[in-house]
Structure formats: C-alpha cells, structure tokens
Design a protein around this ligand. Structure first.
Ligand code: NAD
Length: 452
C-alpha cells in the first residue's frame, strides 16, 4: 500500500519505518524542516534502538521517503496516519491544534478516496472533529471525496518501539466502516500473523482504550510509590512486597516498581487529559486525580531524602551531587517531563552543583536546562560528564535517576573513594543494599529499609 505518515517523531517515524519494512511505500511528512532535512541526509532525529538501521535500509530501497510537502504526502497515499503531538493544554486537556491542522491540510488536498488513521493519543470525540475538519475543507472547495476516519491508538514504548510495533500485544482499530476495517486488517497482517492481535471496535471506544491503558499503568506506579513511602515508615521493604504481590497472576509483576514517579511524553499528559475529560462530563475521576497528586509528590522524594540526610536544605548549599541518568527512562533520549528535571531544579535552588551523566540524553537535557536556567547559571552549577565515573568523581553524593544498564553493577569501592560524603541515593531500587554498605557507602532507596 501507499502510506503517508503525518508527523515524524517517535511514533510517526517508527510507524513509517515498520510499515516500509514489510513492503509498503511510505512517505513520512513533518512540518519541521530541519527534521526532514536530517532524515533526507541519512540522520535520525531521535534515539531509538535499531531505528537508524531500519530507516537506512528502507530509505535505500526507495520504500521510505521524507518530505515537508503536504501536496506530495496526500497525492501519495491510500492511507494517511496522523502521528502528530497532542501535548497538554493549560487546563490539562489534550491540545488538538496539530491534529486538526493536519486534518485541514489533508481536506484541502484529497482528490481520491483515502483512509485517515488517527494514531496520536486523542480524547474521545476527536475522530468526529477530524472528520468535520476534513469535510469542512472539502465543502470550501465544493469537492466531494469519500474518506474514512479511523482510530488506531499506538501502544509502543520508547526504547523498545520497534519490538512493540512489530510484535504488538494488540492492534486496536476503531471504525464503523467494514471496508476500512478490512483494509486496516490487511495493512497490519504482517504484524498479526502468529496470534490474532487485531481488535475491532467503534472509534470512541478505541480512543478511550488508549487513555484507559495508560491511566491504569500510571495508577499502578503511583500505588506502589505511595506504598513504598509507607513501607519506609513501617520498616518494611517494598522490593520484597513487590515480589510477593507480583507472583499473584491476577496482579502480575509488571509496573510494580517504586521510584521517582512517572514522567515521559505520555503518562503525565494522558492522565491529565482523562481527568479533564471526566471533569467536562461531571464525572470526576478521583482515583486518577490521586494518581497524579501522588506522582507530583514522588518527583520530590529524592530531594527530600537528601535534605533529611544532610539535616536541612541549608546544609545542602555548596554540595556537589552526581546524577546518573537524565532521560525519563532507559534507552531513550526523551526528556519530556523527566523527574531528573524536577530534582535538578530543586538542587539548583538549594545551591548545589550537579555533575550529570546520561548515555544519550545529555544533549537534550542541556538544551532544556539552558532554556530554563540560562547560560550563566548552568555554566556555574551544571557539569555534563562524558561517563558515569567522571560524573561521580569529586562529588559529595550520588543519585541514581535512570536505570540504564551500564549503571547496574558499578564499582562501589571506586564510588566510596570518590564520593566525599560516601552517600548513594537509589531512585530506582536497583542496588543491593549489602553490596553498597559493604563498600562503606550509606544507601537510601525508595521504600527500602534504611541502611544510612
Ligand atoms: P513527537 O513530538 O515526537 O512528534 C510529533 C511530530 O509531529 C513532530 O516532529 C512535529 O514537528 C510534527 N508535527 C506537528 N504538527 C504537525 C503538522 N501539522 N503536520 C505535520 N507534522 C506536524 O510526538 P510523539 O512522541 O511521536 O507522539 C505523537 C503522538 O503519539 C502523541 O499523541 C502521543 O501521545 C502518542 N504516543 C506517543 C508514544 C511515545 O512513546 N512517544 C507512544 C504512544 C502514543
């Protein structure tokens, strides 16, 4: 099939490359000219394992094209995916300006039947708005062209996006048109061969499914974080509790990890948007509101531990804190809503210097921190190291923020030599309490028995 993907970010680029890899001809469009120029010159604008090879292979085969031209994208396609961003608006609702702009751009140009597939995460009812936007543009030019609007929310995880896209747990497609559903089933058949993954439903249910899934995952995280904070007070270990709970098949082991709170480009905004939808329908979502409140508090948990460790916020003044990891999770350079930013903000405000290292997210973190704190303040307070060891060298304490693989088995004796105050704060509970203590370091995790 000939496919166009509107929006060439994390979701659009992965979608385009994966569909091209099974033989479709895909045009990826973006309004960001620099992104398209980079892609056309063989570069990749994001860090996603395996994506560079996949894009290069399919671009070389002529199956994957990049353009900023809506004329080309619309002329090319039988199926057009919308994969533009849906960031939170000021009131928490999803900002639909990019989706609707893309829909209008399509409506201004279509001359033959097309299926418009919404892959972005959008509130229930957006399918109708997209349909109206396209129909409105057709009416303006007095054109009559048959088109469908289908909902096909995306469930990929950054860092494992190719695996998730090509071996999905499920493929959700919402439409009331059997012909459109049939075409979508054909399109996804290469990724649904071993087991039937394709689940058909109406557009509104498909739209809600995506929010429901993310809201549930976020709720599990906040539930465990709240329980971890209680475990600490009770002298219990949340890691033992997690293992015990996760063995129950009704609960399962995933998403039971206590930490610094969820971040990233999806959970925070999707939780906010669903809360907003509930409020708009006079149906407050109280559990989800608590999920968000707990998460906001949890982002400060490590800073609070540092304050307690040193006795007061004032005692932190002049300290140098090493941070391992900046991205909101491993295997991505995505810094959107990363808990590391909240911690750095608090450390700067307390008069601390930060020595940070992340395997891939340092450049993006630097860009955001410079924009937020200015060149002079960053030059004074922030050092971005080229390695984990360099970040730790000469710091007073170490905070593990993102559980990248390379941080999992550090040389604790080296850390004990380097860290002036011999203190390790583990924001992801990845270290063995005894191993850290045996090296002469104090250790604090989240919800663990305190070995400080
Ligand atoms: P992104 O910010 O990485 O990419 C969006 C792209 O759309 C940008 O490159 C932007 O320049 C482009 N764009 C904006 N307006 C445009 C327009 N009018 N025409 C063409 N291009 C335009 O976003 P993302 O992370 O890929 O997310 C896209 C959507 O997918 C969001 O709704 C998100 O919630 C959802 N989603 C994201 C993930 C994820 O892990 N990132 C997973 C599942 C679903």
């Amino acid at each position: 099939m000939n496919i166009s993907v509107i929006g060439s970010g994390y979701v659009g680029l992965v979608t385009g490359a994966c569909f091209a890899d099974v033989g479709n001809t895909v045009l990826c469009l973006d309004v960001d000219e620099r992104k398209i120029a980079l892609l056309n010159s063989g570069g990749i604008p994001i860090h996603e394992p395996g994506l560079d090879t996949l894009v290069a292979r399919n671009a070389a085969a002529g199956r994957l094209l990049f353009s900023t031209s809506y004329d080309d994208a619309v002329a090319h396609a039988d199926v057009i995916f919308l994969a533009v961003g849906t960031p939170p608006d000021e009131d928490g609702s999803a900002d639909l300006q990019y989706i609707l702009a893309a829909a209008r751009s399509i409506g201004q140009r279509i001359t033959r039947p097309v299926i418009v597939v919404d892959k972005s995460t959008v509130p229930v009812g957006t399918g109708d708005k997209v349909r109206d936007a396209i129909a409105g543009e057709l009416a303006k030019r007095g054109a009559e062209v048959q088109f469908d609007v289908v909902s096909n929310p995306e469930f990929l995880k950054e860092g494992a996006a190719l695996e998730d896209f090509t071996r999905p747990d499920r493929i959700i497609v919402g439409s009331d048109n059997p012909a459109a559903l049939k075409q979508m089933r054909l399109l996804y058949a290469p990724f649904s061969r071993q087991h039937e993954k394709f689940i058909e439903m109406d557009v509104r249910s498909a739209e809600l499914t995506k929010y429901a899934a993310n809201a549930m995952l976020a709720t599990r995280i906040s539930f465990m974080n709240e329980l971890a904070n209680l475990a600490e007070l009770l002298g219990a270990d949340i890691e033992s509790v997690r293992l015990g709970m996760g063995k129950d098949p009704r609960i399962g082991p995933q998403f039971l990890y206590a930490g610094m709170g969820y971040g990233g480009s999806c959970f925070p905004k999707d939780v906010k948007a669903l809360i907003r939808t509930g409020a708009d329908h006079d149906q407050p979502l109280r559990i989800l509101q608590a999920t968000e409140d707990v998460n906001e508090r949890q982002k400060n948990v490590l800073f609070d531990k540092l304050v307690r460790h040193y006795g007061s916020a004032g005692a932190l003044h002049g300290k140098t804190i090493a941070l391992w990891g900046l991205a909101f999770k491993p295997n991505t350079d995505d810094m959107r809503e990363a808990p590391s930013l909240v911690l750095i903000r608090a450390l700067f405000a307390a008069g601390c210097k930060v020595r940070a290292y992340d395997p891939v997210a340092s450049a993006e973190a630097e860009r955001l921190l410079l924009a937020e704190h200015g060149q002079a303040r960053c030059a004074d307070l922030l050092f971005l190291a080229a390695s984990a060891k360099e970040a730790a060298a000469g710091a007073d304490a170490l905070v593990l923020v993102t559980e990248w693989k390379e941080f999992r088995s550090p040389d604790f004796r080296y850390l004990a030599e380097q860290l002036r105050d011999k203190a390790v704060f583990d924001g992801r509970n990845i270290y063995d309490l005894e191993a850290v203590s045996a090296a002469g370091l104090s250790y604090e995790g989240i919800g663990r028995i305190n070995h400080a």
